[in-house]
Design a protein around this ligand. Structure first.
Ligand SMILES: Nc1nc2c(c(=O)[nH]1)N[C@H]1C(S)=C(S)[C@@H](COP(=O)(O)OP(=O)(O)OC[C@H]3O[C@@H](n4cnc5c(=O)[nH]c(N)nc54)[C@H](O)[C@@H]3O)O[C@H]1N2
Ligand SMILES: Nc1nc2c(c(=O)[nH]1)N[C@H]1C(S)=C(S)[C@@H](COP(=O)(O)OP(=O)(O)OC[C@H]3O[C@@H](n4cnc5c(=O)[nH]c(N)nc54)[C@H](O)[C@@H]3O)O[C@H]1N2
Ligand code: SF4
Ligand SMILES: [Mo]
Length: 579
């Protein structure tokens, strides 16, 4: 691999490649196409934590490492929790899991992000193999379903120029304004919408019968389930009409369709069922195993890669983590005090943790609560390698510059492994382990070997190769009087809580508030005071508070999704009053 190229480290679909020549520059060719988003453009101008600190006092890195070692030594092994998220998406980040797992400490499981949708996909198809960007480029029609590409995955945009476009989103996003059709449905009604689309596709005799005979022979039972939906009442609740269904079907029949889903559809307890119903619609259209067709979601970024790190450990959920059950919590690449659901609960339980250690780049709610703060090195200052959840590239991330600040994950793991007698190979060996999963293409780029360009060509990965449909359906309930749906999606200014964070809540003018009003938003979990931005792109029954806005997660629930052990940020109703 080239030694000058590296890749953006952020948790983002696009996994851009860059060159570092007097600053961060996008790679002109390949999936990066010569442009980056604002986060990376300004990456080096954000003020980072430069010095370690203990109980608020600046200390040297040597001292910080000594304190860390003492704390780990003094903490009973099962009283120490390693809580890691994806502030940096590099594969070497897991080297810290290796230390803590080998040291018999506790790690986490569960998912704050895409786990519910993934669970639904796996239930239906037997695996989560993604439709890569290169295939989306070959489609005729693209449906953006709970995905906001201008904000979260802008490198898809050049690929879809000239295609027919449908957007299914409760918010009139930029892509919705450009689309041939925008279905501005009520939040959390996608399950019913997908089922009604499937039902009418069948009624119109437009299903791909040959495909279903081979790979979805239980379709009749599923069709019966869709008949349990009361059409008029359900469409009324969604704020839609039969015309919306007809319009979608008109655009997709007999076309190569790419359904591009995001996490927006599955931030609910039944998020798995929603993705499975969307998949079922794709099955009825016969979209799997064919060029330019399929469902793109967040694929498994580690598909066809095995970990060289020891990661077998006792684990607790990262959604409703009881921090107070631990004497020491080591937080890496995460800002749980902003990004976990139910912030009041998180605060309360972290207050009772004796030692909170924060290993990260920026000051935030979690660094402020931490007893010991250890600055990390940025991706430019250490070696790593990464993959993406939207395409199949394997990208080396060699170090680009020296810095006196911070310590890399590998060097910290090295220090701890030496101190506690844990085996660790050289960094080069681990990087080589990952590189070995790559295969070089004619243009010089590396792809993960054994990932299929067009997955499911030979049927699904279930026992008999057939798609497994949903068998049960919960009835949809109308919104209770006086309540609004919370939409909490991604902001163009921040990457979750990194970079420029949003401050306001968004609501349309029908509620009688004015621009700049200070209001209190509350749910059964807590409340937060925010200023109003009037936003005519929202429905009357929604309030939008972006991810990363301070206090937004005081409103959210720490319950798990029914399947997939995922957070359910939007399964909450809120009320608003003027302060
Ligand atoms: N700029 C920026 N980019 C990011 C991130 C960021 O914070 N900022 N975060 C990164 C991460 S961690 C992730 S997981 C990805 C996620 O990126 P996306 O998958 O795009 O996720 P969201 O922005 O959460 O939601 C996408 C869309 O879903 C819509 N939506 C909300 N509720 C519903 C619903 O009930 N039904 C339907 N149909 N739509 C709904 C929202 O209005 C929004 O337009 O983005 C990554 N990229
Ligand atoms: N309300 C609401 N809450 C949400 C979401 C939402 O849409 N709405 N989205 C959820 C989703 S999809 C996700 S993925 C999570 C994200 O949750 P987190 O991963 O906790 O989110 P970030 O705010 O990106 O924090 C990442 C942290 O990583 C640190 N970091 C960055 N680079 C490095 C590095 O190289 N090394 C180390 N050690 N640290 C580093 C930074 O200091 C930063 O504080 O948030 C979830 N929470
Ligand atoms: S679009 Fe995503 S991968 Fe590309 S530079 Fe921005 S955050 Fe990084
Ligand atoms: Mo995420």
């Amino acid at each position: 691999m080239s030694e000058i190229k590296t890749a953006c480290p952020l948790d983002c679909y696009d996994g851009c490649e860059i060159v570092y020549e007097s600053g961060i520059k996008p790679l002109k060719n390949g999936h990066t196409q010569g442009f980056l988003c604002p986060h990376l453009h300004h990456y080096e101008s954000f003020k980072r934590i430069e010095k370690p600190s203990y109980k608020g006092e600046e200390i040297s890195l040597e001292k910080a490492l000594e304190i860390l070692k003492d704390i780990i030594e003094q903490t009973p092994k099962h009283q120490l929790l390693h809580y890691r998220s994806h502030g940096n998406f590099g594969l070497m980040q897991e080297v810290m899991d290796h230390f803590f797992a080998s040291n018999d400490n506790i790690l986490t499981n569960g998912n704050l992000c895409d786990g519910a949708g993934e669970a639904g996909i796996i239930e239906g198809r037997g695996s989560n193999k993604n439709m890569p960007l290169s295939q989306i480029a070959k489609s005729d029609v693209v449906i953006f379903w709970g995905r906001n590409p201008h904000v979260t995955s802008s490198h898809i945009l050049p690929l879809i120029k000239g295609k027919k476009m449908i957007v299914i989103d409760p918010v009139r996003t930029k892509i919705a304004k450009m689309a041939d059709l925008h279905v501005q449905l009520k939040p959390h009604s996608d399950l019913y919408f997908a089922m009604l689309l499937t039902r009418f596709l069948h009624i119109e005799g437009a299903c791909d019968e040959a495909f279903m005979q081979e790979y979805a022979s239980e379709f009749e039972d599923y069709y019966e389930l869709t008949q349990g939906i009361r059409i008029k009442a359900t469409l009324d609740m969604m704020g839609l009409s039969l015309g919306d269904i007809g319009d979608v079907l008109e655009l997709v029949k007999d076309q190569k369709v790419a359904i591009v889903c995001g996490v927006g559809v599955q931030k609910y307890r039944d998020g798995a069922d929603v993705m499975r119903a969307i998949d079922a619609f794709a099955v009825a259209l016969g979209l799997f195993g064919k060029e330019g067709c399929g469902v793109a979601y967040l694929g498994n970024s580690k598909e066809a890669i095995t970990s060289p790190f020891h990661t077998k450990a006792k684990r607790v959920s990262k959604i409703d983590t009881k921090f107070d059950e631990f004497e020491t919590v080591f937080i890496q690449g995460a800002n749980p005090l902003a990004q976990m659901p139910d912030t009041n609960r998180v605060l309360d339980s972290m207050e009772h943790t004796q030692n909170v250690i924060y290993f990260g780049l920026w000051e935030n709610e979690t660094s402020q609560r931490a007893d010991l703060v250890i600055p990390a090195k940025t991706f430019l200052e250490k070696d790593d390698i990464r993959t993406s959840y939207a395409h199949n590239a394997l990208m080396a991330m060699p170090q680009q510059k020296q810095s006196e600040i911070g310590i890399s994950e590998y060097d910290l793991a090295r220090y701890l492994c030496d101190a506690f007698g844990v085996e660790l190979q050289s960094q080069e060996e681990y990087l080589q382990h990952f590189k070995n999963f790559g295969v070089q293409k004619i243009d010089g780029s590396f792809m993960v070997e054994h990932r299929e360009e067009v997955p499911y060509r030979e049927g699904f990965d279930t026992d008999d190769g057939e798609f497994i449909f949903l068998e049960e359906l919960e009835v949809m309930h109308p919104l209770e009087e006086g309540y609004l749906h919370l939409i909490t999606s991604k902001s163009p200014k921040s990457l979750n809580s990194q970079f420029h964070r949003e401050k306001n809540l968004h609501i349309n003018a029908s509620h009688g508030f004015s621009e700049g009003d200070l209001v209190e938003v509350s749910s059964e979990h807590g409340s937060v005071a925010l200023h109003v931005t009037i936003d005519e792109n929202l429905r009357d029954d929604c309030v939008l508070i972006y991810s990363g806005t301070e206090g937004v997660n005081k409103l959210t629930s720490s319950k798990h999704s029914y399947e997939g052990k995922n957070a359910i940020y939007q399964d909450v109703l809120v009320q608003i009053k003027l302060l």
